[in-house]
Design a protein around this ligand. Sequence first.
Ligand SMILES: O=C(O)CCC(=O)C(=O)O
Ligand SMILES: [Fe+2]
Length: 366
Amino acid sequence: MGEADEAFVQALEHRPKLSVTEDEGIPLIDLSPLSFPNDANTKNIDDLVVEIGNACKKWGFFQVINHGVPLEKRQKVEDAMRKFFAQPLEEKRKVRKDEKKAVGYYDNEHTKNVRDWKEVFDFVADKRILMAASHEPEDKEVPETFNQWPDYPPELRESCEEYAREVEKLAYKLMELIALSLGLPARRFSSFFEDPTRSVRLNHYPPCPAPHLALGVGRHKDPGALTILAQDDVGGLEVKRKSDGEWVRIKPTPGAYIINVGDILQVWSNDVYESVEHRVTVNSEKERFSIPFFFSPPHYTMVRPLDELTNEQNPAKYRAYNLGKFLATRRQSNFKKLDVENIQISHFKVQELANELDGALSINKK
Ligand SMILES: O=C(O)CCC(=O)C(=O)O
Ligand SMILES: [Fe+2]
């Protein structure tokens, strides 16, 4: 990662600010009612549901404590990932991912067509990975690929697998609370997650000689349903505050998880909840590690607003899209710099369609 490499340089308007706004307002939610529902000292589930609903509406982001994920499982992954990333590049590249191998090590990811200052190791908590081969609608091929585990450190695989199993339990609980917060039965989302996609990313952001020009991850929204993120104590994750569009930093809380609404939940809820833009700043002294767990329905899902959340006065704001094709289209831009904007759920907005049609009609009129 060379200092002079232009590929990392963000356009002026996307560069990090020199002063950081650290926001204390991002809700920190205590999930202990889930573990001790009858304890007189804890708030009840109804209050928890209201808290979660408010956080999803106001921020699209919140932190949770007393979440039930054992700390030692997380620590094991953190220790193993440090050992993995500390190796020479040629060792890490032995498990490199590419256009054909869906997961593994990668150090050349682009977000919004600018290279990120990071290296990653991706795996899935499933036996195999099924992914649409291409974004072409008529291409029905869904090849299977598998995790690529490195030889070193030998404990990486087991620690990652155990960790993912624990975080997954939290993901199911959160989806129930979110369903309730939308006025739906707790198990409303269950059928979408009978065969879920659980992909996990180990992120390493090395110290960066030009933190005022580059970003660890450029601004983006997560395409899944829900993200459960562990960040270390260095800090750098910034969220675009909905109230004023200001970038604010989420202060690391030891042992907590950061939860955010993904694009799929935005569409299911017909915009009641929004998937909020976020990015990662880097710094010149400290390296940083984080572990997002992305929870999604299977690739063949057609994502559309839930019937219960739409009616004549509030019609569906999106037309249905195929998740596998959406992700295949997005993936094209991860590997190289493209000249086009990458695909977003806004491209499926009903209003957007109307505008496009309008445009087409006015062209015809000319
Ligand atoms: O490292 C972080 O804090 C966030 C990473 C992220 O947003 C992502 O990988 O989607
Ligand atoms: Fe993200």
